[in-house]
Ligand binder design. Structure first.
Ligand SMILES: [Zn+2]
Length: 524
């Protein structure tokens, strides 16, 4: 007869029926979690270490009934209704985490408003707040908040500067390549292929760099097939120039379902935008089913365990990692009229410092032509600032994506022992040493996962203050969008088929004419 004293594993959390947004957030946070339906198969990876069921069963009472969850429980399990985490929000926070809409966000920089089209919600703020409440509930019930760190041991943040080559201008191209020669290991370079069609030989300068695709032409379509043709042609052309191409970043930072499906079809391992999320930890986007079916990425690990493709939702989690980038680049600052080098440097240095203090990644980007090519000092100044933090991992986006795929395969099992906790994890085939963050109040201890079994005794761990941030730090305000901007956004992503070209031209003519008519009395 089972009793309440049975030692059930504190982690993974057992997921009965929960919103996909919660699964996504737990995976970002590095909290191991396994659906009830997959528990038995996951347990085979940890024979005799993982209990027959999880101590904590999470379910959403708006999706399933308490009685139905309890019927399948064993003694000792604690059932937690995550529906209560929605209290106090003016929208469904779980839905917000998988939302794909955008808004115009604005940042006040030295009294100047700088704007960019970014994801509708500040997903990092929502994730942190939601999981903070869940963490309290689990700790109150005797659980532990032990996360796989977002970075390899011993790092607490990461840094990369991404360059997008939308167009080619000889002097600016040469300038940026020269600037990056000594920064190959911390920069990533994304090339819009058609811009180099007339001078492919210059791309030889990027041979030793981390290079990825940025489309054949500089456009992100809503339509899946048009995206497919544009991305595939661009990637193929770059490979034909003997460049080792990995990853994709979409023109204008846009992410849409048509794009998400194509990236999967093409087996691309990661993409980096700010339209799906910004200033946030990487994640595998939640996808509605793609019409022609999902094609698996050939290098998706066989033991891809988290986040799960769940059977209770209509969608699934993409295999293409999303690495959100900070949306304010040099070009955005210059366009807003901020041209003072000291204000520009100060802005990027403050972003780097804030993100290190938060324990967030620093992923910056910019363009060479008329911008970084003429202001290469922005890259070197940012790098020098990052160098002040030895615990900031300076790397390429390619390496970071590889690391995150490795991290995603870890699913630690945590059991209570009389003097602490026992952590089991499969450390085979690790290119980087992973670490766990053991949280106590607002302090954290970082422990390397360098063996398959770790005994953690809290009294001997070095807990340090970490990750201070106020909720509004770096969060853009909502800026109303004018009809002109709406039209421009629509034009940027709309299909460029012949029919649409005509439609666009008609709409443009209409607005130009209307504007002329409206402004004529003023000119007079
Ligand atoms: Zn671009």
């Amino acid at each position: 007869m089972k009793t309440d004293n049975i030692d059930l594993s504190l982690l993974p959390l057992e997921l009965n029926i929960v919103p996909p947004g919660l699964e996504l957030a737990l995976a970002q946070e590095g909290i191991s979690a396994v659906p009830s339906s997959d528990w038995e198969s996951q347990r085979k990876n940890f024979p005799s270490k993982m209990s027959e069921r999880g101590k904590f069963v999470l379910y959403d009472s708006s999706m399933t009934g308490y009685q139905s969850v309890c019927r399948s429980c064993v003694p000792g399990q604690k059932v937690i209704d995550v529906s209560v985490l929605r209290n106090g929000w003016d929208m469904d926070p779980f839905q917000a985490l998988i939302d794909i809409q955008t808004r115009r966000g604005g940042w006040k920089i030295n009294a100047t408003l700088v704007t960019e089209m970014v994801s509708r919600y500040p997903k990092d703020v929502i994730r942190r707040k939601l999981l903070q409440t869940l963490r309290r509930t689990i700790e109150d019930e005797g659980g532990v908040w032990l996360c796989v760190s977002p970075y390899p041991y011993p790092y607490r943040s990461t840094f990369n500067f991404r360059i997008d080559y939308d167009e080619y201008q000889a002097a600016d191209f040469t300038s940026i390549v020269k600037q990056c020669e000594t920064l190959q290991s911390v920069t990533s370079h994304y090339v819009c292929a058609s811009a180099f069609q007339k001078q492919p030989q210059v791309l030889g300068a990027l041979k030793e760099f981390d290079v990825g695709g940025h489309g054949w032409i500089h456009r992100t379509f809503r339509d899946r097939m048009q995206n497919h043709g544009n991305i595939q042609r661009g990637m193929q052309w770059l490979q034909d120039q003997n460049l080792d191409v990995d990853g994709f970043v979409s023109p204008h930072g846009i992410w849409n379902r048509g794009l998400g499906c194509v990236l999967e079809d093409l087996g691309i391992r990661f993409s980096s935008e700010f339209g799906l999320a910004h200033d946030e930890l990487p994640f595998y986007p939640y996808m509605e089913s793609c019409s022609s079916g999902r094609l698996q990425s050939s290098d998706e690990p066989a033991d891809f365990v988290r986040p799960q493709s769940t059977s209770v939702h209509s969608g699934y989690f993409s295999s293409v990692l999303q690495i959100p980038v900070h949306p304010v680049c040099l070009g955005v600052l210059l366009e807003a009229g901020i041209c003072d080098p000291s204000i520009i440097s100060e802005y990027f240095l403050s972003v780097i410092e804030r993100k290190f203090q938060e324990g967030s990644p620093v992923f910056l980007y910019g363009h060479p032509t008329r911008r970084l090519g003429q202001w290469p000092v922005v890259i070197s100044a940012a790098y020098r600032a990052a160098q002040q933090y030895p615990q900031m991992w300076k790397t390429t986006l390619r390496n970071f994506a590889q690391w995150w795929h490795q991290r995603n395969r870890l699913c630690p099992v945590v059991n209570r022992r009389h003097d602490g906790y026992e952590v089991f994890v499969n450390t085979s085939s690790q290119n980087w040493t992973a670490a766990v963050q053991f949280w106590r109040g607002d302090k954290v201890a970082l422990i390397p996962l360098d063996s398959t079994r770790q005994l953690l005794c809290p009294e001997f761990l070095d807990f340090q203050s970490c990750c201070s941030r106020s909720e509004s730090d770096g969060v853009p305000q909502s800026v109303p969008i004018s009809w002109k901007t709406k039209l421009r956004n629509w034009l940027e992503v709309e299909s460029m088929s012949e029919i649409n070209q005509k439609r666009i031209s008609r709409v443009s003519q209409f607005f130009t004419k209307s504007q002329r008519l409206m402004s004529e009395p003023i000119r007079k």
